[in-house]
Design a protein around this ligand. Structure first.
Ligand SMILES: CC(C)(COP(=O)(O)OP(=O)(O)OC[C@H]1O[C@@H](n2cnc3c(N)ncnc32)[C@H](O)[C@@H]1OP(=O)(O)O)[C@@H](O)C(=O)NCCC(=O)NCCS
Length: 277
């Protein structure tokens, strides 16, 4: 193995989608190849290669609007950990973000938070990843009260809770095969494919009861395993999910680096996933 002092941080391109997917799959993450293709096409992805040119570590910076960017896909293959690779990769992301005047955000796993805290990231929001092993119905048909949601309406609601516009991201995620942009009374949510399970989020609603009713309607219209990244402050919603059989898999912590951003007035019930914010 090479000395990590000598290791070069390189830009990673679209030809590395499968190698990136191997890294996120090794960490048991849910990202699929479409997620990697999006980051490699729209973001700046940094990586480290070993002597045989195998990709052994990555970190991605995805610019959004109004001077914001998301850092994700921070991954180091198991036998290269604790040698400073993640730190070097985050430094590369932060240098790029600083040059472009971007505030960097990320959703950290507990191991990731140990790396980001000392680098100057501060926690902003607690999230919980929950999993439901089997959706209730095997019918592809949605219950009658679940209807398609327009992209414009969805992105406008997303902008209110994020504090900036993510129309490009949401239109791409919403247009993928198998994706469903749904509304249920005053609630709305995106459901999309992942590598191991379908993912619900972001999910917006005007009350915990409506958010829960929407999740239950989605569960009845889906088959197979489902994941949701719930906002911990939405306590009633979280308790309702657990009461309906959802199991907490892990916590995530939303963190910010750079200038303080005004706190949006509204909170979502579930986010788009740790890779997208
Ligand atoms: C989290 C992860 C990216 C860290 O990568 P890494 O290259 O090992 O991190 P670094 O070597 O730069 O660590 C820097 C410091 O962070 C802390 N740290 C890193 N991993 C840690 C862990 N698992 N537990 C406790 N502290 C940890 C330590 O203080 C470490 O310094 P030290 O080794 O001198 O004690 C890697 O463990 C990984 O890929 N995990 C699975 C995927 C994941 O959770 N990614 C983070 C997504 S937010």
């Amino acid at each position: 193995m090479a000395d990590t002092e000598q290791i070069a941080i390189v830009r990673v391109g679209p030809e590395d989608a499968a190698a990136g997917l191997a890294l996120s799959s090794e960490a048991h993450w849910n990202q699929n190849e479409a997620d990697w293709r999006y980051f490699l096409a729209k973001g700046t992805v940094f990586g480290v290669r070993d002597d045989e040119r195998r990709l052994i570590a990555t970190a991605a910076l995805l610019p959004y609007s109004l001077g914001n960017a998301w850092i994700s896909m921070v991954l180091v293959t198991a036998n290269w950990r604790r040698r400073g690779l993640a730190t070097k990769l985050i430094d590369a992301c932060l240098e790029t973000a600083t040059k472009q005047g971007l505030t960097s955000w990320l959703d950290a796993t507990p191991a990731g938070a140990k790396v980001y805290g000392p680098l100057g990231f501060t926690p902003t929001l607690e999230l919980r990843r929950l999993r439901l092993d089997h959706a209730i119905s095997t019918k592809a048909e949605a219950p009658p009260s679940l209807s398609p949601c327009g992209l414009e309406k969805f992105t406008a609601r997303d902008g209110l809770v994020m504090g900036f516009d993510r129309a490009n991201l949401l239109s791409e995620l919403g247009a993928r095969p198998g994706s469903r942009l749904l509304s249920y009374h005053n609630a709305m949510a995106l459901v999309r494919d992942g590598r191991k399970a379908r993912h619900i989020g972001p999910l917006f609603a005007d009350s915990a009861d409506n958010a829960l009713a929407m999740v239950n309607a989605i569960v009845q219209s889906e088959s197979g395993a489902l994941l949701i990244d719930a906002v911990n402050e939405q306590g009633k919603f979280l308790r309702g999910l657990i009461g309906s059989g959802w199991k907490i898999e892990r916590p995530f912590e939303r963190m910010r680096f750079g200038r303080a951003a005004p706190q949006p007035a509204d909170l979502p019930f579930a986010v788009a996933g740790p890779e997208y914010g």
